[in-house]
Design a protein. Structure first.
Length: 256
């Protein structure tokens, strides 16, 4: 039964790759997820939560829930294109052709690509993270006022470097979700169609809720993103205690 299910998932994955653009669709989904994370962090800041190391994991948690809702929307749009009376459903031959796939992509295109891989990191960080790369060298030179000022600037620089490394780790975890998008979307499409009874002629396949596969494949990357941004937020706040946003950290570094 498990082998039959895996074989069906492989068939759908190949057809998704051949007839649509699953990685682009996942990038758009993650971009919308990143926007939600950014807006959540922004709202928390104005609600009196100045600590980046606390806002970021909360925002990522909420964004992850929205990510699941977007996957549910994607699955619903795919179901609308299915015809349960077509005999080919027994072979899972229900992936939309090229034009339909393009229409599905347009449903998600309203969000635009703003995350560079689409996680809360991309939406919340913007360009400030990249610009901070030059900070360690600038901080190392330090003011000419004495060794104490030099030591403080060196500490600031290393903390910013740690934050950048943490950000890169979060981006890698996000790109991993894009990389596995064909397999992920194929599995939730098979599970969603089975649970909905869209093809009754298929027998001896274990029925699972699509959320089970979605969580199993994406929970660890989401936790890595949350951990990385918590570390980044803590490091930046440690470097510039009075700052509550990445923009304020960058302005402080630029002034000094």
């Amino acid at each position: 039964m498990t082998k039959t299910r895996e074989r069906k998932i492989e068939i759908i994955e190949r057809r998704l790759l051949r007839r649509s653009v699953p990685r682009i669709q996942m990038s758009l989904i993650l971009s919308l997820t990143a926007l939600v994370g950014f807006l959540t962090s922004f709202s928390l800041l104005h609600l009196g939560v100045p600590w980046m190391w606390l806002r970021y994991p909360i925002a990522i948690s909420i964004a992850y829930c929205v990510f699941m809702l977007l996957l549910a929307l994607w699955l619903w749009l795919q179901r609308r294109s299915l015809d349960p009376d077509v005999p080919e459903l027994a072979d899972l031959d229900f992936i939309p052709s090229g034009p339909s796939g393009a229409d599905e992509s347009s449903h998600f295109g309203v969000g635009g690509d703003f995350g560079g891989g689409g996680d809360f990191g991309g939406g919340g960080a913007g360009g400030s993270w990249e610009e901070n790369v030059s900070t360690p060298s600038g901080g190392s030179s330090g003011p000419s006022g004495g060794s104490t000022a030099l030591d403080l600037d060196l500490e600031e620089g290393w903390l910013v470097v740690i934050a950048i490394i943490a950000l890169v780790g979060g981006l890698i975890a996000s790109f991993y979700v894009i990389y596995i998008a064909p397999a992920l979307l194929a599995e939730i499409l098979v599970d969603g169609a089975l649970v909905a009874g869209l093809y009754k002629r298929v027998k001896h396949i274990e029925q699972r809720h699509w959320l089970r596969a979605a969580v199993r494949r994406t929970l660890v990357p989401a936790l890595i993103v949350a951990l990385c941004f918590t570390v980044a937020g803590y490091a930046l706040q440690k470097a510039v205690p009075e700052a509550s946003t990445i923009g304020e950290v960058w302005n402080h570094v630029r002034r000094h």
